[in-house]
Design a protein around this ligand. Structure first.
Ligand SMILES: Nc1ncnc2c1ncn2[C@@H]1O[C@H](COP(=O)(O)OP(=O)(O)OP(=O)(O)O)[C@@H](O)[C@H]1O
Length: 241
């Protein structure tokens, strides 16, 4: 029997209750994401994209349904075990970069490896290598205030991939970037998926990302409306069976 290398969800339901008003954020969402693909979750504001990302990454639990990553049922794990799962397997990238103002680029990336218990000098070399890979080898000693938005996002990407996660989640990674930097970050995410076999999942409205994604999931009112192959790899957009 071969090991399951996918991230799969079945019948996800999630609602929020605020002051006794219930909002159904997700209904009957099922999908399968595969290694080496950049998948995009798109749709209008409030349709449930961030909620889906949070369930797929084990940051929160569904009311009903199941999420399995590499065969592990994330919903069956307690909070500590899900934290441990994320530490080992998941990288996260956010719209606002979430960098520490006082640390330079190298220190931002190295901090992750320190946290994972990697010896300092080994971590420093690995952090420098990854910064080189994202095109920031010569800017590794600059702090966030000295970097452009696109460079900050590349530091955030380096930080997310330095521990070689099998799952990379990005929430609106290009929405604060101009066209040149948006394209650089988009291509980088795609390259990470294709080269290292990472499952890369992005939430975005950005047409640049939609055009470069291998798989596009369109959401509306908490449901998946369309699951299609992107034009980037297959030449034309086609709807998945
Ligand atoms: N913590 C929360 N408490 C209450 N309601 C929430 C919470 N998080 C999300 N919601 C509601 O759930 C629905 C889905 O929200 P979600 O943030 O997943 O959508 P989204 O597609 O990511 O939106 P956006 O593109 O604006 O970020 C919305 O109606 C939202 O108001």
């Amino acid at each position: 029997m071969t090991a399951d290398v996918s991230l799969r969800a079945w019948g996800l339901e999630k609602s929020y209750v605020v002051q006794s008003i219930r909002t159904q954020a997700l209904s009957e969402v099922s999908l399968a994401l595969h290694p080496g693909e950049l998948s995009l979750i798109s749709g209008p504001s409030g349709c449930g994209k961030s909620t889906l990302l949070s369930l797929l990454s084990g940051l929160s639990r569904p009311d009903r349904g199941e999420v399995r990553a590499f065969g592990t049922d994330l919903c069956a794990l307690d909070d500590a075990a899900r934290d441990a799962f994320r530490l080992v397997h998941c990288g996260f990238i956010f719209q606002g970069y979430n960098l520490f103002p006082a640390l330079d680029a190298l220190e931002q990336v190295q901090l992750v490896l320190d946290y994972c218990g990697i010896p300092h000098e080994v971590g420093r070399r690995a952090a420098a290598r990854v910064l080189d890979m994202v095109g920031l080898g010569r800017r590794q000693h600059l702090r966030p205030a000295e970097l452009s938005g696109g460079e900050k996002q590349r530091v955030a990407i380096a930080r997310a991939i330095v521990k070689r996660p099998r799952l990379l989640f990005a929430d609106e990674p290009t929405s604060a970037l101009d066209s040149v930097n948006g394209a650089i970050v988009t291509d980088l995410l795609r390259e990470i998926a294709h080269r290292s076999g990472t499952i890369v999942v992005c939430v975005s409205h950005d047409p640049r990302l939609i055009a470069r994604a291998d798989r596009v999931f369109e959401m509306e009112d908490g449901r998946l409306r369309r699951d299609s192959r992107g034009a980037s790899r297959y030449g034309a957009t086609e709807t998945c069976p």
